[in-house]
Unconditional design. Structure first.
Length: 427
């Protein structure tokens, strides 16, 4: 999972767009910002955009959304595509976008903007996929209400998306007390199959994360997503991220929020993180992986982005192993037919993903240990006793690898800090 922060810049064109869009139905429902519900907003949206107008091929992309939002998003997606397709044609014919089409696209963009605001009132974050969000912002910069719109030379041919959803909502936050304002959910992470939002819970004075399966993922991948939650609920270990509750209607679950990934933590502090801290971080990670292996579970997707860091006062940190979407129990036959390689760190000795064994997790662990101690993503840079551990874990001869994560832990626990005679030794 790649962690990122999404922000939206509101241009001055918003004021111009608002003149054309009829939002009365939306904002009548939103006058009491503390009491509006998602159902209220959905009914208001359906008054302006008929979900029954959705074409089946687009409606199928939004099966994860509750009605009528599925149909509303499908209609908006199809209309955007129609305008973008026509704009592509006009780029070959003088780059002048017709006046009527300019007005229609401006109105459509305003509808999307108003919908975001209305959903926010219900405590739900609405997001447009990054590429389409940028396209919308770019269109707002040159569309004009009358006389047609010259398409700037900087606008390139648009890639039309017909096979994946481009609009998403986050799962609603838990019900608030009447006096509480709805929480604001912010998109902070995105992986192949899920989106992760965070929100600040004023009642508990805590930040939580909401992980939600993307729309239109396969039934098999959705089963993996639910299995990830079931695993996290079944275990309780200090170095594994916690999950709290599952929303089967929206295919999402609430979970513990962490401040950053291991990759970000090391990259930002590589010149200042002490050697002893690196050793503690390494051991916490290995303790988590050993716990899984003792339970008979393989992670199968260990990476710098799937190991999270929770920060505390005075520089204290806690490692949290996360992203169990590819996990497999030793007794499971879920991947008996899978051969395509998955995961971030691929063991050269692994020929088929269905044949994944503990030694393949050990290889990935060796790559992570090297990164923690050196700050480098490539192998071959760790030296001394750390280098010996990394070389053993990642050996291309399987018999030379550690027999288990427990053996790897013993080797790391025995490490002695090098003499602080150089900047390299101090880390």
């Amino acid at each position: 999972m790649v962690i990122r922060t999404v922000s939206r810049t509101i241009g001055s064109a918003d004021a111009c767009f608002s003149e054309r869009c009829n939002t009365k139905a939306l904002f009548t429902l939103c006058q009491d910002e503390h009491m509006v519900t998602l159902d209220d907003v959905a009914r208001g949206l359906a008054a302006d955009i008929d979900p029954d107008d959705a074409e089946p091929e687009y409606l199928a992309l939004y099966s994860a959304e509750a009605p009528p939002l599925d149909g509303i998003f499908a209609v908006l997606h199809e209309r955007l595509n129609g305008h973008f397709r026509f704009m592509n044609t006009k780029m070959t014919m003088g780059r002048h976008f017709n006046a009527g089409d300019s007005r229609d696209l401006m109105d459509l963009i305003q509808q999307i903007s108003d919908m975001r605001k209305s959903l926010k009132r219900a405590g739900v974050t609405f997001e447009v996929r990054e590429d389409y969000r940028k396209l919308i912002e770019e269109c707002k910069s040159f569309l004009v209400y009358s006389g047609g719109s010259p398409i700037p030379d900087s606008v390139e041919r648009i890639e039309i998306e017909r096979y994946e959803a481009v609009m998403f909502t986050s799962a609603p936050a838990p019900q608030r007390r009447r006096s509480d304002a709805p929480p604001i959910l912010t998109l902070v992470g995105e992986g192949s199959f899920a989106l992760v939002h965070k929100y600040d819970d004023a009642l508990y004075n805590e930040t939580f994360a909401v992980k939600r399966a993307k729309a239109n993922i396969s039934e098999r991948d959705l089963a993996r997503f639910r299995a990830e939650f079931d695993l996290l609920r079944a275990i309780r270990f200090p170095y594994i991220v916690e999950a709290y509750d599952y929303d089967s209607n929206r295919n999402s679950f609430t979970m513990e929020y962490c401040d950053e990934t291991l990759g970000e933590y090391i990259r930002k502090g590589n010149s200042t993180i002490s050697w002893s801290t690196r050793k503690r971080v390494t051991l916490q990670f290995l303790y988590a992986l050993n716990y899984l292996h003792v339970r008979g579970t393989l992670h199968r997707d260990i990476s710098r982005n799937n190991i999270l860091i929770k920060k505390y006062d005075m520089g204290a940190v806690l490692v949290k192993l996360s992203d169990f979407g590819l996990h497999k129990h030793r007794d499971s036959d879920f991947t008996r037919t899978e051969t395509e390689m998955k995961g971030s760190i691929i063991d050269p000795l692994l020929e088929s993903f269905k044949d994944f064994k503990p030694t393949n997790d050990i290889y990935a662990a060796g790559v992570i240990v090297s990164f923690i101690f050196t700050g480098k993503t490539r192998l071959g840079v760790a030296d001394g006793a750390v280098g010996d551990i990394v070389n053993s874990a990642t050996s291309l001869v399987e018999a030379e690898r550690f027999p288990s994560i427990a053996d790897m832990i013993s080797a790391v626990e025995a490490l002695q800090a090098p003499a602080a005679t150089s900047p390299e030794a101090r880390v």
